[in-house]
Design a protein around this ligand. Sequence first.
Ligand code: UDP
Length: 332
Amino acid sequence: MPTVNVLVVGGAGYIGSHCVRQLSAAGHRPVVLDNLVFGHREAVAGEIPFYEGDLGDATFVAKVLQGEEIELVMHFAAFAYVGESVENPLKYYENNLAKPITLLKTMLECRVGKFILSSTCATYGTPAELPIVEETPQRPINPYGQSKLDLENVLKATAEAHGLSFAAFRYFNASGTAEDGTIGEDHDPETHLIPLVIQAAMGQREDITIFGTDYPTPDGTCLRDYVHVDDLSRAHIAAIPHLGKPGQQLFYNLGTGKPNSVREVIDTVEKVSGLKVPVREGPRRPGDPPSLYADSSKAQKELDWKIHYPDLESIIATAWNWHQSHPKGYSK
Ligand code: UDP
C-alpha cells in the first residue's frame, strides 16, 4: 500500500493514539492534531508530528492540512459521556457536530477529499433485533448518539454534493490496550466497565457497582460487545484503499459479535488478575439497552478485516497489563 499522509484528529486520545501507532506500523504517515482536553501528549510518540489545537479552528487546521500535505483525515475527537450529553446537549452538538462541520469545510477548501469517522453503536439506540447489522434502523436515545448520527448524515450529503469519500465506523465497546503496554486507556472521569473493574481489583476503588441485575439476559446483567482497540484501529487502515473513488460512502459495524455480560467481565478480570473484585448490586443506569452486539461480517468481508482478539479474556489481559504498569495512568 502506498504511504498516505493522515491527519489524526484526536490522535492523543484512547482510540486515536492506538490508530496512530497502527498507521505507522502499516507504513503510513500519521500527523496528530489534538487540543489535549482529554488527550495525553505522552500517548503520541516523539517522532510523530504533533499539533496542539482545536478542530474547530479553521485557520489553524488549514495550515496543518496544507503544510503536512494531508490526503485523508481520521476524526476521533468527540465527547463521549452519554449522561453529560443529556444534561448539556449544546456542548455535545457543538463539539461532535458543529466543529466537525467546520473541519469538513476546511478540508474541502484545502482539497482533502477523504475522511474516516469514529461513529458508534449508540446511533442504533435500543434495537428491535440482534445482532445489529448496518441496516438496523438508527434511532439514538441520547444527544451523544444523535450527534454522531447527524454527522453521518452530514457526510452523506457532502459525499453527494462535493464527492467526499468517507467511511463511518460504528464502534461497539472499545476496550483493551496496546499489546506492548506502551499506550493505554486513561479517562478522567473513568466511566467504562473494564477499567473500573480493574481498578476495583487493584484496590483503587472500594468496589464495582453492577448497574442492574434484572435485565432479560441469561444472568440478569447487560450484554455488550467488547472489541479490542487495536482491532478497531486496523479496520481504519483497511478502509484507506477503499476511499480512492470520489463520493464513496462506507458504513461498518465494528464488534466481535460476541455478547458478554457485566458479570462475565467481572469474572474474567478475577481470572486474569487472580484477585477478588468487590461487587455491589445497584439499580439500572437510565438509558442502558439490555443487549447490544454487532454483526460485523460486512467489514470482515469487504475490508478483509480480521479480529485478532476474539474473546474477552485476551482483551482484558492487555488492559490488565497496562493498569499494572501505569497504576495512575499516563501522567504519574
Ligand atoms: N456498567 C456497570 N457498572 C459500571 C459501569 C458500567 O454495571 O460502573 C455496565 C453498564 O450498565 C453497561 C456495561 O457495563 O451495561 C458497559 O458500560 P460502559 O459504560 O463501559 O459502556 P457502554 O455500553 O455504556 O457504552
